[in-house]
Design a protein around this ligand. Sequence first.
Ligand code: UTP
Length: 296
Amino acid sequence: MAPQASKKVRKVVFPVAGLGTRFLPATKTIPKEMLTVVDKPVIQYAVEEAIEAGIEHFVFVTGRGKGAIEDHFDIAYELEATLKARGKTAEFEMLKTSRPVAGTASFVRQQEPLGLGHAVWCARDIVGDEPFALALPDMLIHAKPGCFAQMIDIYEKHGGNVVAVEEVPHEHVNRYGIVALGQEFNAATHKITGMVEKPKIEEAPSNLIISGRYILQPEIFQKLATQKPGAGGEIQLTDSMIALLAEQDFFSYRFAGTTYDCGDKIGYLAANVVYALDRPDIAPKFKPVLDKILGR
Ligand code: UTP
């Protein structure tokens, strides 16, 4: 299968319609993507990662109760007018530069949370017939350059579909989508020969998980259109990727960076510590506090 010509990746899809049950009661009224890591909602990190990679259009697949995400990426007239009137220029500029330019954000609703595959399928009309990036925003990836910027380089070399992967301890493989690897292009990039969603530990083909960043060809939507529910009774994206693997190339990319699963309490707490220690305005004051808590 020859790699397909690399059409530019202009759009990114963020499925944000999940219920976030692991974060109740916080997520009763707050979308889990709006939980803050230090002082920024988790979703904003993912949007900034996409902007850094040159992506131009942001598609959010939302659901009921997720209106705060739409508001976050809109102008807050009263707040911004007040900041301006009070001479709080830095805060005003920060809000101005942290939202997508008018006309570059689209919102579509997944009416029922039938699974990640179904959420992605809901974006089909907005994405149209072009390759697109896909980010699960609660998988926060701490990387420089950002994970998408790294993946676009791989996509421009190889074409096809690109899936970010990372290792987990073998006893955790039953929680994730797992890839089987074929031909090696370099230590970080391989052809994918198989995928399986949440396999039994003894049946997993590797300990490399699909870690929440993808570049996919639009033909995935045809597979998703008829995808039957899989693991957990949900319409699984991995199952449609397996179907597309019979027709197109998929490449795994072991990105340079670390993932924090902010849909999970431990991952979320760890992300707050790591991102705070990464901030020159916060780290000098935070580190002594942390040392004291840890008795160092
Ligand atoms: P998760 O597996 O984290 O599920 O979804 P969840 O429902 O959000 O959270 P828990 O497990 O109940 O705590 C992975 C990604 O897919 C989206 C989620 O919003 C998240 O970004 N998703 C999942 C949807 O958009 N729709 C769905 O039907 C399921």
